[in-house]
Design a protein around this ligand. Structure first.
Ligand SMILES: Nc1nc2c([nH]c(=O)n2[C@H]2C[C@H](O)[C@@H](COP(=O)(O)OP(=O)(O)OP(=O)(O)O)O2)c(=O)[nH]1
Length: 137
């Protein structure tokens, strides 16, 4: 089905290191400031989802990732925005990020601790899927 004209396509990376996931807290001046999210961003014209994700992670975290399988794709309507968030599993190619242009905190969280963070509304489906995949293992 075609995307609604006001739908924002956003991609995000579920970056795992050992058994922990990278969570990032949005800068206070941004939409959903203070909320936690998986790093990523909006697509630019002509980009594939995976290309956009590699670019966004490089721009904001200054690191390179290898993009793996898609984990979730969910549409969430919140604060007047229709956000289609597609999350991919990803791994770091080399060093870990130390800072971000878009976030004021970065943290590595175990999957069982993910629900303890105050996530942006669009990220909750991915948090739940991560929890259910871990519970199945
Ligand atoms: N990157 C990212 N954005 C998310 C997530 N969850 C979620 O609702 N969003 C929202 C926040 C923004 O409205 C949009 C992503 O755009 P972006 O991160 O490129 O934001 P931007 O720099 O353009 O910032 P802004 O002007 O929208 O505040 O999607 C997520 O997990 N990762």
């Amino acid at each position: 089905m075609a995307a609604a004209h006001n739908e924002l396509q956003v991609v995000a990376a579920i970056i795992m290191r050992e058994h922990e996931v990278l969570a990032c807290r949005r800068n206070p001046d941004k939409t959903f400031g203070g909320k936690w999210e998986f790093p990523g961003g909006k697509l630019e014209p002509g980009e594939s989802l995976r290309e956009a994700l590699v670019r966004e992670i490089h721009e904001e975290l200054d690191v390179l990732i290898e993009v793996g399988d898609e984990l979730t794709s969910d549409v969430t309507t919140t604060d007047g925005l229709v956000i289609k968030l597609t999350c991919f599993r990803a791994s770091l190619k080399a060093r870990a990020p130390e800072r971000s242009t878009d976030h004021d905190a970065l943290t590595w969280v175990s999957i069982s601790s993910l629900p303890g963070l105050d996530w942006a509304p669009a990220d909750w489906p991915a948090v739940r899927v991560l929890q259910s995949t871990e519970a199945a293992n």
